[in-house]
Design a protein around this ligand. Structure first.
Ligand code: TXA
Ligand code: MG
Length: 337
């Protein structure tokens, strides 16, 4: 696939309806549109059109075994895609939709197999970004959308990130400025007796427990060994820059010095600063507050990759519930293939 990609700037609070209409036309015609959500930019296609969804896999180089999240405008549209809508789904949707929570539910046959990677479930969410919602309403179809990056690379938080990774491979980019959340949605499996977080994200386990009033199994790491992993791509290298990433639990200064001494150009995601950059070390001082850190992390990784550093040292934040999504992404970025 190779053609020119149209890029339209669009207002993030009051999206211009003529631009939304153009993007909706592309979706309905089976094309690919990258658009901002409150988490990261998504690469959207009509979720009911198998050929359109196949183009997403092709553009991203995404393995066919990895299912795609379906975005809808409201609860009514979500219910049309599933064979059951349990009380827990209703309670969570009331509280967190529109917002960064993806619910895994039993899918209806009308969703093409390619969306769910052949599986019996579908991941669904209602995004809160005004552009995403306007696009969903104008298109009038559910929109399947993974993050708008080449597979395994860092997710995009700006239209420029999308352009650099997918220019010429997709039809349109809606540029609504940087995303506010910066990390992906929480993926919650509701198809088991106990709800299970398959991917930590912007909605924390504590927020989910506050609604469900019961225990939520936090993470696949807590699943007894031998049980199949239900979310492909969960344990693999993911969200990764080109540079090698090394995570350090108690401050990265020694690790930074070691790599500089060995002649490497180092990027340092530090929580201990503020430190100044030098010739061989680019310091990015990150905020010691989980939501602010999340909003900044991917753009920081993109900057360090653009600067061509050899290695990125990341100070890991404390192992506390509010940091679980950030720690998850840092550790997966550091996973070697
Ligand atoms: O914030 C987000 O979730 C962004 C925006 C664009 O909505 N989307 C996103 O999509 O991060 P993607 O494809 O990069 O990640 C979706 C994750 C993958 O780990 C996938 O395996 C999992 O959700 N997933 C999707 N459908 C699933 C299903 N039916 N069962 C289990 N896991 C599923
Ligand atoms: Mg992704």
């Amino acid at each position: 696939m190779s053609h020119s990609t149209i890029c339209l700037t669009i207002d993030s609070h009051q999206p211009e309806s003529d631009r939304i209409a153009r993007a909706a036309d592309v979706i309905r015609a089976g094309g690919l549109v990258a658009f901002p959500t409150e988490t990261v930019y998504g690469l959207g296609a009509n979720a009911l059109d198998a050929a359109a969804v196949a183009r997403i896999f092709e553009a991203k180089g995404r393995p066919a075994k990895n299912p795609i999240i379906v975005h809808v405008a409201d609860v009514a549209a979500a219910r049309q895609l599933v064979t059951s809508w349990p009380d827990v789904a209703n309670a969570l949707a009331q509280k967190f939709w529109p917002g960064p929570l993806t619910l895994i539910l039993p899918r209806k046959q009308l969703i093409p197999e390619i969306v769910t990677a052949g599986g019996p479930t579908v991941g669904i969410r209602v995004p809160s970004n005004a552009i995403a919602l306007a696009l969903l309403r104008a298109a009038g179809v559910p929109i399947a959308a993974p993050s708008a990056n080449r597979s395994t690379y860092i997710s995009p938080t700006t239209a420029e990130h999308v352009r650099r990774s997918l220019d010429g491979r997709i039809d349109m980019i809606l540029d609504g400025g940087p995303t506010t959340g910066g990390l992906e949605s929480t993926v919650l499996d509701l198809c088991e007796p106990t709800p299970r977080i398959l991917r930590p994200g912007l909605i924390s386990m504590l927020q989910i427990v506050s609604v469900l009033g019961s225990n939520v199994i936090q993470h696949a790491r807590d699943i007894p060994s031998g049980e199949a992993i239900r979310s492909p791509g969960l344990m693999e290298r993911h969200y990764a820059p080109r540079a090698r990433v090394i995570c350090v639990e108690d401050g990265g200064d020694e690790e930074v010095l070691k790599h500089v001494a060995a002649g490497a150009r180092v990027g340092w995601l530090t929580l201990d600063g503020p430190f100044k950059s030098s010739n061989n070390v680019i310091c990015i001082n990150l905020p010691f507050e989980a939501a602010a850190y999340a909003a900044r992390l991917y753009s920081a990784l993109h900057e360090l990759d653009d600067a061509g550093v050899d290695v990125i040292i990341a100070d890991l934040p404390l192992e506390l519930p509010e940091w679980s999504a950030v720690r998850d992404r840092l550790i997966r970025a550091a996973t070697q293939e």
